[in-house]
Design a protein around this ligand. Structure first.
Ligand code: ATP
Ligand code: MG
Length: 207
């Protein structure tokens, strides 16, 4: 829950090419049409300092980056985003849509890289000061299908093996199983328009 904050915090999660960016843009359009105060953010990034960290994280030249460093950089980018814009926006009563959040680190660094999930949760809690999404939409796609939808020019994370990305998907589904109230799984087996109808149903419920 957005902890007594006036706004609503909605995150979009899922593995590569699952449609997070496509659907979050549609949701923003939908809420703007309703004249609701909405802010769209993405992770890692969203503010200047975090976008700089993003460059480091996705740069294919950073072949030596340790799993621990990678985990902490994601958290550092997130902490900055939360403090600089996300929390203030929620305090002002905005609806904040975030393309990826803490669940991504549990899935990618925890399940994917096999970094201790308990440690990630503890550091995560420190980084975001306990902030939890009111709703998380998890876009679930066949791993190969998702990867085939991404750009030909792959970033440092996208380049990882099919096994890695399969573990990421399992990690996400595990989170959804543990937190069914917050996390809604949306299977990506239809057109953008049909999927948006499913998305809208969940969004309308929390607003
Ligand atoms: N329902 C759909 N059916 C077919 N193609 C889709 C669908 N939704 C999105 N796409 C296409 O799949 C590609 C990936 O979608 P999108 O960028 O929204 O995914 P993403 O989850 O944000 O990916 P990434 O993890 O790489 O950021 C895009 O080219 C998009 O146009
Ligand atoms: Mg995207």
């Amino acid at each position: 829950m957005a902890m007594g904050l006036k706004g609503k915090f909605i995150t979009f999660e899922g593995s590569e090419g699952s449609g997070k960016s496509t659907q979050s843009a549609l949701v923003v359009e939908y809420l703007k049409a309703k004249k609701l105060p909405v802010m769209l953010l993405r992770e890692p990034g969203g503010v200047k300092i975090s976008e700089k960290i993003r460059e480091m994280l996705l740069d294919v030249k950073n072949t030596l980056m340790a799993d621990e460093c990678e985990t902490l950089l994601y958290m550092a980018a997130r902490a900055q985003l939360v403090k600089e814009v996300l929390k203030p926006a929620l305090e002002e009563g905005k609806i904040v849509i975030c393309d990826r959040f803490l669940d991504s680190t549990i899935a990618y660094q925890g399940w994917g890289n096999k970094v201790d999930v308990g440690a990630i949760e503890a550091i995560g809690n420190f980084a975001v000061a306990g902030l939890k999404p009111d709703l998380t939409l998890l876009f679930d796609i066949d791993t190969k299908e998702g990867l085939s939808r991404t750009n030909a020019k792959k970033d440092r994370i996208e380049l990882r093996s099919l096994d890695y990305h399969t573990r990421v998907r399992q990690g996400y589904l595990d989170i959804a199983k543990k937190e069914p109230k917050r996390v809604k799984v949306i299977s990506v087996d239809a057109s953008k328009e049909v999927i948006f109808e499913r998305v809208k149903r969940h969004i309308d419920k929390v607003l």
